[in-house]
Design a protein around this ligand. Structure first.
Ligand SMILES: NC(=O)c1ccc[n+]([C@@H]2O[C@H](COP(=O)([O-])OP(=O)(O)OC[C@H]3O[C@@H](n4cnc5c(N)ncnc54)[C@H](O)[C@@H]3O)[C@@H](O)[C@H]2O)c1
Length: 350
């Protein structure tokens, strides 16, 4: 990134900036771009946490927080015109919750994206709109590694809603070819400030408390695990890349390596020196993706980005963060489980 780029006064709007990836991204942008103004629009759902944005940022004089929903055009239409850049993270994100009750997923993920895109269309100074999609839109891998041309076969309502949003953004890219829009599809993220409902945060905090942790099914589902700081670096590169290179593009963000859920549980137990007897198996969660691994070629070529954090290093950083921030996660413990009725009538907590 060039000096000239850094010296410009820009305003960036980050939706969902109080959530896991969004807050890591806010922190990166705050540090890397001292002349930029940051606006966060966040509805502070159970997944959003104002503590994810440190006082240093909140009180910096170059940070605005708008409490509200991306589904509200009256609010969005006020904020979007201020932005030179938009990174749209806001979404309902938990697969199990989307099976339990999915209305909010379609409202936020699809309608919220439509509201954001319509407002963006009217903003003639907009330099970039990055839509944060997800690898979940692909469903299980039909071929490996999964490139951006892989069929879209979402397997859960969450993935279905995100797929709807992804295709909606795609349709705007076709209808309005001058719109400076692109789509990123990150694979499974992990790292500091991830909600306890998500797998790695759940395993780490469960084992820190010497409590059993549950692996769904036989645990051989495997994923491409991406450390959140690597994701944020890629999003920043997409923001700063020459617009001609990225406009209308869809790019996967992954590592090209997959690790099974059971392996993850074992790695965390080993690092924390906990007995493997803490790892328990429960019925497989419906809608689960079996196998996921990203092609890394397009991100390397277009964004000149490859993930640099090895899983073995990222997981140690993550564990250390949860060890040192028990005050943060202990407040979330009360609501981490979702009851799902399986087809045989049994109810399982996820
Ligand atoms: N975490 C992952 O592994 C992963 C992987 C790929 C893609 N993604 C995508 O990245 C984005 C961020 O994911 P995350 O894990 O940080 O999610 P998260 O659940 O931790 O945070 C979501 C944030 O969005 C906010 N939000 C929810 N509904 C809103 C609304 N209607 N209006 C405004 N704000 C709202 C929440 O308050 C929260 O701050 C999502 O779009 C998700 O689909 C996540």
């Amino acid at each position: 990134m060039t000096r000239e780029h850094r010296s410009l006064n820009k305003t960036i709007l980050i939706t969902g900036g109080a959530g896991f990836i969004g807050s890591n991204f806010v922190q990166r942008i705050f540090k890397e771009h001292p002349t930029w103004k940051i606006i966060v629009l966040d509805a502070l759902t159970y997944a959003g946490n104002p503590e994810n944005i440190p006082a240093e940022i909140r009180e910096s004089g170059r940070f605005d927080f708008w409490y509200g929903s991306v589904t509200q055009p009256m609010l969005v239409d006020k904020i979007v015109p201020q932005a030179d850049y938009i990174v749209h993270f806001a979404a309902e994100t938990h697969v199990a919750r989307s099976i339990f009750d999915n209305t909010k997923f379609f409202e936020t993920d699809v309608i919220g994206t439509q509201v954001m895109m319509n407002a963006a269309l009217e903003n003639k100074k907009l330099d970039r709109f990055i839509h944060i999609s997800t690898s979940e839109v692909y469903g299980s891998a039909e071929r490996e590694p999964m490139d951006e041309e892989h069929p879209l076969n979402p397997t859960s309502p969450y993935a279905g809603a995100k797929c709807g949003a992804d295709r909606l953004v795609y349709s705007y890219m076709q209808t309005y070819p001058n719109m400076p829009v692109m789509i990123l599809r990150p694979f499974n993220n992990y790292g500091p400030r991830q909600h306890l409902e998500k797998l790695i945060a759940r395993f780490v905090t469960g084992m820190l408390k010497d409590q059993p942790v549950r692996v769904y099914g036989d645990g051989d589902n495997s994923r491409d695990w991406l450390y959140v700081e690597d994701t944020c670096e890629a999003v920043e590169k997409a923001l700063l890349a020459d617009i001609g290179r990225v406009k209308g593009e869809i790019i996967n963000l992954g590592t090209g390596r997959s690790i099974s859920v059971m392996e993850i549980a074992n790695i965390i137990a080993d690092i924390l020196e906990k007995p493997k007897s803490l790892i328990m198996q429960t019925p497989a969660r419906p809608g689960e993706v079996k196998q996921h691994i990203s092609s890394t070629e397009k991100a390397a070529k277009v964004l000149e980005w490859t993930a640099t954090t090895k899983f073995e290093d990222g997981i140690v950083k993550t564990i250390n963060w949860y060890k040192n921030n028990a005050d943060w996660w202990k407040k979330l413990e009360w609501m981490k489980e979702v009851p799902i009725t399986l087809e045989d009538g049994s109810v399982v907590m996820y």
